[in-house]
Design a protein around this ligand. Structure first.
Ligand SMILES: [Zn+2]
Length: 218
């Protein structure tokens, strides 16, 4: 097993406008920081070198986030570093509740080590989110989610479950890098889950286990 530096990025900052639930009960920057804080604490307790990429509460530019990751890559070697960016999804930006829901993970286009990391986290999500997955169809029947929604989203078009996007933190970083979108901050049922201890812990758990399985496979 190689020694890997795990960098956890928490999306956005306190000064980022609009990234919140319509009722303001959930703010993405804060939830991402709480998730990253707990993921990093667990990984450290397990003996791994896990670090918070953005300790500040204020927003840090995507360029600066990439610069920080690449500085660590240059110091330790890019094959010895991974980056996981933690976000909550949104279906719109008009401040209204929506009916999209679920969890997903992104990598940059093409097949790289990021895809292996993403698949490991995706597999862990199937396990850690089991209660959420089991409730989903009932909640959908009650109107919480529209009929196209699934609890764990996947794009199998290139043979693996991650979505691909040219997000700056994915294309601008040298190491294996993924971005998770844990539930929708503009879906009331998802927000209830994100704000519950059960939901918070399940999301922490899927990151911890997914990274653990990946790191142990190296
Ligand atoms: Zn975000």
């Amino acid at each position: 097993m190689k020694k890997i530096i795990e960098l956890y990025d928490n999306g956005h900052g306190v000064d980022t406008l609009g990234k919140c639930s319509p009722d303001q009960s959930l703010r993405e920057y804060r939830k991402a920081r709480e998730l990253v804080r707990d993921i990093v604490a667990k990984r450290k307790a397990m003996g791994y070198d896990a670090r918070i990429l953005v300790p500040e509460d204020t927003d840090v530019s995507l360029t600066e986030r990439c610069r920080r990751v690449n500085a660590i890559c240059n110091q330790y070697g890019k094959d010895n570093v991974i980056m996981i960016s933690v976000h909550c999804n949104a279906a719109g930006s008009d401040g209204k509740w929506k009916t999209a829901g679920g969890w997903c993970i992104y990598t940059s286009p093409g097949q790289t080590k990021s895809d292996i990391l993403a698949t490991s986290i995706w597999n862990a999500a199937q396990d850690s989110l089991k209660p959420y997955i089991q409730r989903f169809s009932t909640l959908k029947a009650q109107g919480a989610y529209d009929k196209r929604q699934v609890p764990i989203r996947a794009d199998w078009s290139d043979g693996d479950p991650d979505y691909e996007a040219r997000f700056a933190v994915l294309t601008g970083t040298k190491c294996a890098a993924v971005l998770t979108e844990s539930m929708f901050q503009d879906n009331k049922t998802d927000v209830d889950f994100l704000l519950s201890a059960e939901g918070h812990n399940a999301i922490v758990d899927l990151h911890v286990k997914g990274v653990d399985n990946y790191v142990k496979s190296l």
